[in-house]
Design a protein around this ligand. Structure first.
Ligand code: SF4
Length: 296
């Protein structure tokens, strides 16, 4: 198996879990991520996680690993760091990776950075999808929760540009944080702007609390400390080492996103919620159905 390599089988939740992703591979160009989102979960398993560093010998290892993967496999770039984390602008390692994998594989980019538009020339040559995370259109809130990521308006512009090249785009409205970005107004603003930018599918998810990310959230929003402890620790449930909101709250939040997505004619699915009944027919939660829908 490929799990000792840089291109790995995407596996984290598959065994009896709430993950509904199809079989696919994932590759992280960097260890750690410089966007420093306060809710980020990688700090629970990556040392010095907010200090992104390129993987040693990365390109050589990619060249070795792609020999072992069946053609047309889906490769997610990336799931444990942003492939367009700040050092990428200078290092160009994600760009080099795309140059190697675009021809034979289906590539799904997951990012929060408008730097992805730099690589449209490569992405448009093969089978690609770009999934952009936007959690708020309020620049002030974004500055607090995603301090080193490009602004939401830059991300929307990037989506618009990518869509114009015929590359399918997805909005990840993830995570939804109670009392921070869960208002109907905020969700509607994001979905409206994403829809105008050509997005076809929405993936959403509620925040799952781990001690390190919860501590950062409470440091940033001290008034939420008691409320979060009550919602997550007292009334929530512990699943796979994280505290989830109660099922009722998660259902209410996800239904709200689904309804607004439907107002704009966009398909909807959830991520790691176990709420498959909310997923629109014909969709795959991570948006990979768009490869087929767009003949890519
Ligand atoms: S962009 Fe993703 S990986 Fe990077 S800090 Fe934010 S949540 Fe973590």
């Amino acid at each position: 198996m490929l799990n000792s390599n840089v291109i790995r089988v995407f596996d984290p939740w598959r065994k009896g879990s709430l993950c509904t992703c199809p079989f696919k591979y994932t590759v992280n160009v960097y260890t750690g991520c410089g966007h420093r989102c306060i809710y980020c979960y990688i700090t629970s398993y990556i040392r010095d996680a907010f200090n992104p560093r390129p993987k040693k010998d990365f390109i050589r290892l990619v060249m070795r690993d792609i020999q072992k993967i069946p053609a047309s496999s889906i490769i997610d770039v990336s799931t444990s760091s942003d492939p367009y984390t700040p050092p990428e602008e200078k290092l160009g390692l994600t760009r080099k990776l795309l140059g190697l994998i675009m021809k034979n594989f289906r590539v799904k980019i997951l990012t929060k950075s408008d730097l992805v538009v730099r690589d449209i020339d490569i992405l448009k040559r093969g089978s690609s999808i770009v999934s952009m995370t936007i959690t708020t259109m309020d620049e002030r809130v974004a500055q607090i929760i995603e301090p080193y990521a490009p602004s939401p308006s830059k991300r929307i512009k990037a989506l618009s540009m990518i869509s114009k090249y015929g590359i399918p785009t997805i909005l990840r409205l993830d995570p939804i944080l109670p009392f921070v970005n869960d208002s109907e107004k905020n969700i509607r603003n994001i979905i409206r702007d994403a829809s105008k930018a050509g997005v076809k599918h929405i993936v959403s998810s509620t925040y799952k609390a781990k001690p390190d990310s919860l501590a950062r959230i409470i440091r940033s929003f001290p008034d939420l400390g008691e409320k979060y402890r009550d919602l997550y620790i007292v009334k929530g449930s512990r699943i796979h080492g994280a505290y989830y909101l109660s099922k009722k709250i998660r259902l209410d939040l996800m239904r709200k996103v689904k309804e607004i997505a439907s107002d704009y004619g966009l398909t909807f699915a959830t991520c790691r919620e176990g709420l498959v009944s909310l997923h629109d027919k014909g969709t795959i939660c991570d948006g990979s159905h768009l490869f087929k829908a767009f003949n890519r």
